[in-house]
Design a protein around this ligand. Sequence first.
Ligand SMILES: O=C1O[C@H](COP(=O)(O)O)[C@@H](O)[C@H](O)[C@H]1O
Length: 448
Amino acid sequence: MFIFGANGDLTSRLLLPALGQLLTLEPDRGIHLVGVGQETGTDDDWRKRVTECFDDDAGPTARRVAQESRYLQADVTQSDELRTVFAAARGPAVLYFAVPPSIAQKSCDAMSGVDIPDGTILALEKPFGSDESSARDFNHMLAQLVPENQVFRVDHFLGQSILLDVFGVRFANRVFEPVWSAEHIESVVIRYDEPLGLEGRAGYYDSAGALKDMLQSHLLQILAVVAMDPPATLDERDLRDATTAALRATHVWHDDPVKSSRRARYTAGEVGGEMLPAYVDENGVDPARGTETLAEATFAVDTARWQGVPFILRSGKALDPAVKEIALTFRQVRHLPHQFTGATSPDVLSFRFGPDELSLHINVHKGTQPFELHRSAVTADLGEGSMRAYVEVLSGILDGDATLAVRGDAAEQCWRIVAPIIDAWRDGKVPLDDYPAGSSGPASWRPV
Ligand SMILES: O=C1O[C@H](COP(=O)(O)O)[C@@H](O)[C@H](O)[C@H]1O
């Protein structure tokens, strides 16, 4: 496995720790690791870094892989240097592009003149293209290099343990599987409100914003998993056909991006006891860009299963409380005998991200009167945190199993779906509201 961008933040913060965990959990994996970067470096320095990024309790295989790993100085946008990379491979190679998208694209372009060994896997991080047509062009370029099932468009949310729970809960339980449709479900909210601010990522984030950073990619992938029709199997072809069909049926609610989307940006405030400057005062931010740090949009999935059900997607930074969940709100019962007293609310099934939790909020009897209703929740603590997501991603890549990677046509669909919102925002048709860091969003917004 060659990690392009060996000296970058993604490599040390996510990839190497996840690789260490994977090799500790599955010590029988044979893998030779090579860090590839433009900077000069030695094998020893690189090995030290890999070891530091692995957990202290990393197992013997992980430690051995770190000790035997190598560092290769190369400019991966040059065909000659890519040849050197392939020459260093000891078997079918995984090329993990932990580099900015423009470099990944240049590198793939440079690969067109190179003899690519059979079985080579290309793993690419988001964003994949910058709109539908650039994603299509990139897909076309990749198709000339390797077969589609050897291209891994990484979306680590597809490896999140709570999303894997959605599969189990939805398909393996008679109480949920038959009611997973517009007949019983009134709305779906997919929300990822984070307390984190910019964390020094202005270079990337300021040109992306919350809509592209989170909704266009991760949250639409979650929507696809919640909304798809049941596939016959969960193998790569069936599952990705089903999720992509759901995306093809998805569009902005009432095709009205102005009424169906909102955006905002944080001002200075305190989050978790720490003062955050206003977004526009963060290092590297260009205030003229008008980048949003909170995006919300409602989508329709035009299938018989979901006709008329709004899917509300929302994500933002510097928000408190953190709300990271998929919530399905059920319709009210068709008839409630009038003898019941107390407030009744619709049932809500919610999946919370790390620490993972499944809750079913229902009306139960609790009071002193025979038919007095109260709200209660049945909750299952599912444990896993989000670190595991990259373990899952790497495991799929090393096994050559693209089930949990984004297929090329799905990536194009995600851009198509958000394009009307991007246009409306660019044309100033939706106001850019503000909210103090540490709040739950603009005071004027109705709650989702
Ligand atoms: O890809 C991204 O995801 C993270 C949120 O995912 P998590 O697993 O780290 O909670 C988000 O903070 C970041 O802006 C985005 O680029």
